[in-house]
Design a protein around this ligand. Structure first.
Ligand code: 0O2
Ligand code: 0O2
Length: 216
């Protein structure tokens, strides 16, 4: 039983705060070194107590098993400009020694029936507490700006309809999700073409460092 929710959530808040700093730090480092980052922005939250309780009912999670069975009490989100950035970020996370990845779920290429796309990483993260080290479970969702737009709107509609979308709305959301994915693909193509042009121009102007697109 969780007797004091405030106390229970302390290490989760600590983890979210630390990881926000670390992930935003990666963005800063990329910008300094490359002039461009695969991380556009980072958000994070501790799951509100009401949502924890609602998910416990929905997923049949016993309160005694919360720490082991609820993976997203500490949740981080990394937003990227392009789909390929998602995989660059995932590779980077795999190499980190401060997190131990337990599970990866690629909903980018295996979208959920709702139309939801994102890359989920569930991991163990050590938090230093007064009584010693405590390992907690946490989740990072990596997605493009378009995937985030869709998920944010769908999430708020879901709240309104309490998960019971009328059939027509469900299918419109699914096609909106496809439209968002096509937008992501188009943006990647545009970027690819700009990069090619850039390379050709660079080859013609060896030694000229003034090219505008060099950080794509
Ligand atoms: P900036 O430069 O002010 O935007 P905090 O603890 O204050 O860092 P908080 O309040 O916990 O952050 O909020 P959260 O949700 O974790 O993260 C909010 C960060 O994400 C803020 O950045 C927002 O500006 C940024 N953000 C949220 N939505 C968008 C968006 O649609 N586009 C962009 N580019 N950024 C977004 P900062 O760190 O406060 O910095
Ligand atoms: P919240 O309010 O975002 O915290 P499940 O029981 O299937 O929902 P599971 O098995 O725990 O979830 O893990 P999964 O599916 O890998 O990740 C669940 C989280 O992904 C959700 O958390 C959402 O944040 C996000 N997500 C998954 N499916 C959808 C979807 O169809 N639409 C939107 N908008 N987000 C989705 P929570 O706890 O359900 O909600």
């Amino acid at each position: 039983m969780v007797e004091d929710w405030g106390n229970f959530l302390v290490p989760y808040k600590q983890a979210v705060d630390e990881l926000k700093v670390k992930l935003r730090g990666i963005r800063g480092e990329y910008l300094r070194v490359d002039g461009r980052s695969p991380i556009e922005f980072v958000t994070g939250r501790v799951k509100p107590i009401d949502s924890i309780k609602e998910k416990m009912v929905r997923r049949h999670i016993n309160e005694d098993r919360l720490e082991e069975d609820m993976e997203d009490i500490a949740g981080l989100r990394i937003m990227c400009q392009f789909v390929e950035d998602i995989y660059q970020v995932v590779d980077l996370l795999r190499k980190r020694t401060d997190i131990t990845i337990l599970e990866e779920r690629d909903y980018v290429h295996n979208k959920k029936p709702s139309g939801y796309r994102s890359y989920h990483i569930v991991f163990e993260y050590p938090v230093q507490t007064l009584t010693g080290e405590k390992k907690i479970l946490a989740e990072i969702q990596v997605r493009t700006l378009a995937m985030n737009f869709w998920a944010t709107v769908e999430h708020s509609l879901n709240y309104k309809y309490q998960g019971e979308f009328p059939t027509q709305l469900k299918s419109r959301l699914q096609s909106a999700s496809e439209a968002a994915f096509r937008l992501d693909e188009e943006m990647s193509e545009i970027r690819g073409e700009l990069k090619e042009t850039d390379q050709v121009e660079n080859a013609h102007n060896v030694g000229d460092s003034s090219n505008e697109n060099s950080n794509l």
